[in-house]
Design a protein around this ligand. Structure first.
Ligand code: NAD
Length: 249
């Protein structure tokens, strides 16, 4: 049990990588708090009998975050997973869409960290360590992709935020890393494929991005989530960790 005794909160946990991470962390012995705005998705997660505690939480709502942090107390792990993929070049993004992506993909992580970090630091002082994991992407400061103007901008900012948190709290037992996946087969990716003008071609194009010749599954990603939230990665902080099927070779 690699996460035995650890209390870990995961956002965007109703589907996709967040949900798979909640299940993987619970399977490794963690006490998992799963949050999302999708209450039906959370209900099916809680209904699986895995002991996962679920709460509706909009990571754009500071008051709700602060209230949950006050109730939850100290965490050993925080996985900020929520994010949204906007499709378009810089010429296509409205101010409203730009502001939405910045708020959901980056500002939410600032809010969550401000709310949960003080008690995490206290707990780290007692246990010897705590970890924050922020969901970035290979589409970020790592690599440019077509039609990912605001998305790539926000995920680059996530890496910057991650490094600043790592630098500020490295001496207090708090580690912070960013996860940078390639193209992962999740409900939102299926939505992006379905909404393309030619969905069959869109799926082929997404697959062709990976030299390994396939999409990642959520199970290709969760071992890294468990590792980065566990004590096995105790000498690692401030890193943007790629798991991309060879895209950036
Ligand atoms: P997804 O996009 O299918 O699901 C996202 C979840 O986030 C949903 O359950 C949704 O209800 C929840 N959510 C949306 N707004 C929220 C809010 N305001 N508060 C709380 N929850 C909210 O899942 P995914 O594709 O695994 O993506 C998860 C993260 O991984 C995102 O940050 C995404 O940018 C990133 N990412 C995805 C891919 C990919 O190819 N799928 C690749 C790299 C990075």
């Amino acid at each position: 049990m690699r996460l035995q005794g650890k209390r870990i909160l995961i956002s965007a946990a109703a589907q996709g990588m967040g949900r798979a991470s909640a299940l993987a962390c619970a399977a490794e012995g963690a006490s998992v708090v799963a949050v999302d705005i999708d209450e039906d998705g959370l209900a099916t997660l809680a209904g699986e009998g895995n002991g996962i505690e679920v709460h509706r939480l909009d990571v754009r709502d500071r008051a709700a975050i602060d209230a949950l942090a006050a109730r939850t107390g100290g965490l050993d792990g925080l996985f900020n997973c929520a994010g949204f993929v906007h499709h378009g070049t810089v010429l296509d993004v409205s101010e409203e869409d730009w502001a939405f992506s910045v708020d959901l993909n980056v500002t939410s992580m600032y809010r969550m960290t401000q709310a949960f970090l003080p008690a995490m630091l206290e707990r780290a002082g007692e246990t010897g360590g705590a970890a924050i994991l922020n969901m970035a992407s290979m589409a970020s400061s790592i690599k440019g992709f077509v039609n990912r103007a605001v998305y790539g901008t926000t995920k680059a900012a996530v890496i910057g935020l991650t490094k600043s948190i790592a630098a500020d709290f490295v001496t207090r037992g708090l580690r912070c890393n960013a996860l940078c996946p390639g193209t992962v087969d999740t409900p939102s990716l299926r939505g992006r494929i379905a909404s393309a003008a030619d969905p069959v071609q869109a799926e082929k194009d997404f697959i062709a991005r990976q030299p390994m010749g396939r999409l990642a599954t959520v199970d290709d990603i969760t071992p890294l989530v468990v590792y980065l939230l566990s004590d096995e990665s105790r000498f690692m902080t401030g890193q943007a960790v790629l798991v991309d099927g060879g895209v950036t070779i």
